[in-house]
Design a binder for this molecule. Structure first.
Ligand SMILES: [Zn+2]
Length: 392
């Protein structure tokens, strides 16, 4: 019922009875239980088509909050949102020590979240859940990091266990590209001041082009993780060209070792360029450095050829690009050309290749939305109702 209210499918008790097929008296008991938990308020008048006006049911935005932590190669983003997904606070911090132990990272992130809650005047005890985005394959179910292509200290780490030292709220972990896909599924960004919608594409591939390469899949309106969590791992497909960074996958010249931001940085350094990170590569490309532009185009073609095969296989309506390398015009132009040249007409005719909505914080938003969907899932709400000794 809370899901029907959250998504706007049902606005009144009568709507709930209609959509669930339950008797009005049963609906009444359950709505009363949700109201006693503070999760639902009832007020105002629904637009009426005649007869008695009904009171509108709404999710109470301030009945708690969720947190999100998005770990990148060179930065960490953190956010808090209310229960409708509106942003309470968000920050981005540079990540300077890439060898930092996972335990120390969790402690630091937790301190940041506590400070953000205090500064926003939010009761820290109202934290209902926390989602953590990691740029690595995540075993599912289970939630362990498996063979991250950088950050070797994170292999086998259970992120929920790391945070259990700091909070009793449930902690969820997800791959960064999957969260980019999740954000797209939920439509418009924070900049529009909007809460997450349900009007995103039903079949999409979200490609994270950062220091590494990742891909998340939404199929039939749901995040598709596969049997063990590795769905969408296109980054270790063998491609043409020398791999310039070592990769844990063992595939010679895998896509990530040839065309990721990390690979481009390593390649340019070998050629004598003084580049700090993938952002610096994008800037050199924007400035028209011919060597860098040629390199970005080659990377775009390599990524596009792998995406074309994946698109033929999966038939998405949208291929959404996020991450710092997705802001490189030469790379994206070459990627698009390669996809449309190689994909079947039946695939490419329905296909939109585009950049992510509000890409800079899309993964972070995806993490917030995932945390909300988890903490407001029927089973968890049911457990809270039961724990409060109320009508289940
Ligand atoms: Zn690899």
């Amino acid at each position: 019922m809370l899901h029907l209210i959250r998504t706007g499918v049902a606005q009144t008790r009568a709507d709930l009875a209609k959509h669930t097929g339950l008797a009005p008296s049963t609906v009444g008991l359950r709505v009363d239980a949700l109201q006693r938990l503070g999760l639902v308020t009832e007020g105002g008048d629904a637009s009426s088509t005649g007869g008695r006006r009904a009171r509108v049911l709404r999710l109470e935005a301030s009945a708690g909050h969720v947190g999100a932590v998005a770990l990148g190669a060179h930065h960490v983003q953190l956010a808090l949102t209310d229960l409708t997904g509106r942003r309470i606070a968000s920050v981005e911090e540079p990540r300077t020590d890439l060898t930092q132990a996972p335990e120390a990272f969790a402690a630091e992130a937790w301190t940041h979240l506590q400070r953000m809650a205090a500064e926003a005047g939010v009761d820290p005890a109202g934290l209902l859940g926390l989602a953590v985005s990691v740029p690595a394959p995540i075993e599912h179910p289970g939630g362990r990091v498996v063979q991250p292509s950088f950050m070797p200290a994170w292999h086998g780490v259970s992120v929920p266990e790391l945070f259990a030292a700091h909070t009793s709220a449930p902690v969820f972990i997800e791959n960064d590209a999957n969260l980019l896909a999740y954000a797209e599924l939920h439509g418009s960004g924070w900049a529009a001041g909007a809460s997450p919608g349900t009007d995103g594409p039903e079949h999409l591939m979200a490609v994270k082009l950062g220091t590494r390469i990742g891909c998340g899949i939404v199929s039939a309106g749901r995040l598709h993780r596969g049997a063990s969590g590795s769905a969408g791992e296109i980054s270790h497909t063998g491609v043409t060209g020398p791999g310039v960074i070592p990769c844990t996958c063992g595939v010679p010249a895998c896509l990530e070792s040839v065309a990721s931001g990390g690979a481009l940085v390593a390649d340019l350094r070998q050629r004598g360029y003084d580049v700090a990170d993938a952002t610096a590569v994008v800037r050199l490309g924007d400035a028209g450095d011919p060597v860098v532009v040629a390199q970005l185009r080659a990377a775009g073609r390599a990524i596009g050829s792998v995406l074309a095969a994946a698109a033929n296989f999966f038939n998405p309506s949208d291929v959404v690009l996020g991450g710092v390398m997705s802001s490189s015009a030469p790379l994206v132009a070459a990627l698009r050309a390669e996809v449309f040249e190689r994909a079947l007409p039946l695939t490419s005719g329905a296909l939109d290749v585009r950049t992510a909505v509000d890409g800079a914080d899309a993964g972070l938003r995806g993490a917030c939305y995932l945390a909300l969907d988890e903490v407001l899932a029927p089973a968890r709400v049911q457990a809270r109702v039961a724990a409060a000794g109320q009508v289940a």
